[in-house]
Design a protein around this ligand. Sequence first.
Ligand code: FA5
Length: 342
Amino acid sequence: MLEELERLGVQAQEELEKASSLDELEAWRQKYLGRRGAITLALRSIGQLPPEERPAAGQRANALNQTLTQAFEARREALQRAALERDLAQNALDVRLPGRKPALGVLHISTQTLREIAFIFAQMGFHVFPTPEVEDDLTNFQLLNIPPHHPARDMWSTFYTTRPGVLLRTHTSPGQIRAMRHFYPEPFRVILPGKCYRYEQVTVRSEQMFHQVEGLVVGKNITMGDLKGTLENFARQMFGPERRLRFRPSYFPFTEPSAEVDIDCILCHGKGCPMCKYSGWLEILGCGMVHPQVLQNGGYDPDLYSGFAFGMGPERIAILKYGIEDIRLFFSNDVRFLAQFA
Ligand code: FA5
């Protein structure tokens, strides 16, 4: 028995030194120290020895059990430490390296332009009145003097929804009706910014989705002079103090008289260049005095009240201001384009 224990001890020590992973170590533990392990079985078999051999064999087996258990613990600690060191070496973090700079986003150029427009009008006492993008035919057209089948509908090719009479607004002008009905009977000054949609051919100058900023002033004794002064002030702040403005007679069903406003070309100052198609002028918006019928549709008595309105496209304004060649760049999400406006 003693010899057998001696042999087991030597074999167990040798195998323990070869265990190179925690899994192998566990297998070793089961083989020698587990419930059916060799040492455990040796300890159990001592009772079957002749009585005179039992003390020596018991002592030896217990000593061996203790030695191997301690050796096992030491080996386990060593393997765990080695695993930890390997892990640290693999995932080493050099805290002296400079950090990576997070990429900073910028406001979209349309948003920047919308905010700039809102800021200029805020200084003139206008505040922002939000209006919906999904409109009804009544407000988008009929209450603006555009009945069904009116030829002026051709000016606004429309995206209709599957629900009869519901459409994506083609301009921000329906907001005029909503603002008047909201503020009646008070005089007021608002701008109505937002997205508009037109079922149009996409070109370098036209998108199917774009923004507009509508302006509306309603009160007593509001005149065309007020409209001109307001827009002149706006254009000079937006495009530079030396800008000249031109009011060209035009037609919109909801204003009378109506005009379109041009500024002298910011590139050639009116001399003529490709940007202004050699006319010397660039169109920036449509405007006019609110039609008496539209005032009435908004609730205001046209004999007592008058008003002016205008509508401009911030994308077209940004195109003029920054010399952008193609409106399609605005919404194609190319970061190289967008990041230029940081
Ligand atoms: C209108 O939509 C009128 N509601 C403007 C108005 C308001 C007149 C109040 C009188 C009183 P117009 O269709 O011209 O008008 O559009 C106004 C501006 O929106 C244009 O000058 C242009 O800057 C912009 N715009 C129009 N269509 C597009 C388009 N497809 N893509 C980008 N911008 C557009």
